[in-house]
Design a protein around this ligand. Sequence first.
Ligand code: KG4
Ligand code: ZN
Length: 356
Amino acid sequence: MTARLVLGIESSCDETAAAVVDASGLVLSDVIASQHAVHGPFGGIVPELASRAHVENLVPVLEGALSAVPGGLGAIDAIAVTAGPGLNGALLVGLSAAKAMAWARGLPLVAVDHLDAHLHAIFLQRGPVREAVPEFPFVALLASGGHTALYRVDGPGRRALLGQTRDDAAGEAFDKTAKLLGLGYPGGPRIDALAATGDASRVPLPRPMAQKGSLELSFSGLKTAVARWVEEHGVPEGAALADVAAAVQAAIVESLVKKSIAACEQENVPRLVLAGGVAANRGLRARAAELAARRRIALFVPPPRSCTDNAAMIAWCGFAQLAEGRLAGPELAPYSRSADVVRGKIRRPRPPRSAP
Ligand code: KG4
Ligand code: ZN
């Protein structure tokens, strides 16, 4: 079926979000209630608190997203909701609301994979200027709080895993080292801000998995190195804190960018897309731009609001599935992990369908 407007709902982790997107990818409304204040004191996400906060936030978030669109819910043609991967209790809140609204209004329901949504967020248009979008296939780095992986994306919802982290996700590395430095949760944006004034060369840290020939990543060694540094020198302050933040960011960014470029070369695909919350990092964006230009790879980076969790990317993924008639029913259940992301094991990707 074709749809004009899709309502997206996202509740997989610590953001309750709803958005309305049109068939061209234009974001008509995009409302997010962040739970950072809820989880901050714990230094990480507490699943039970996340579920409860979703219950409290979802109705006002939905009202906000729908009231910004002429006709409100009456103008919506379909509902797309994150089914996984994520926290089960958190996902259930969004799924239940989506099912109830779809049933009450007789609207089609679509189950969206959160990772696919990040990989396609580059197609969202926020504002009157049409940004350039990549052709398929493209290579995508998805770096978020729960996942860090490289994919070849052959078409809407068609991804092949090329490599992934063996241990921590890049966002987790930012968050865990920020915690060691006393910066609170989430650490990524705080390290990003501090790194701008720091000098990375003053604090030597390991560059994880920098060896050639592998698209695997690893960040747990970096966290250990920062823990040792703090043990030896104490928690830094002022300029020293900025230097450590810059060194942490440089180490994470260098391995992400090098592996992303290597993935483009391995696949012979000169198009790279950055996705996920860590793609909001200014150091990553700048270094990726520099190396991609040097290797003649076209780089596509969504605006920060499309990188971090949002429901507009969920709504956008709904369109492709609606067009293919892939609808969900009342039996739709959440899932906590994606089938292709099994730690330590990578499924062999299929060859690209069209030449780059
Ligand atoms: O994609 P996302 O919003 O949620 C997940 O699906 O996980 O990613 C959240 C992660 C957190 O680890 C957060 O610290 C990180 O993205 N992050 C950043 C920045 N903004 C968010 N990391 C580095 N620099 C940033 N500016
Ligand atoms: Zn996410």
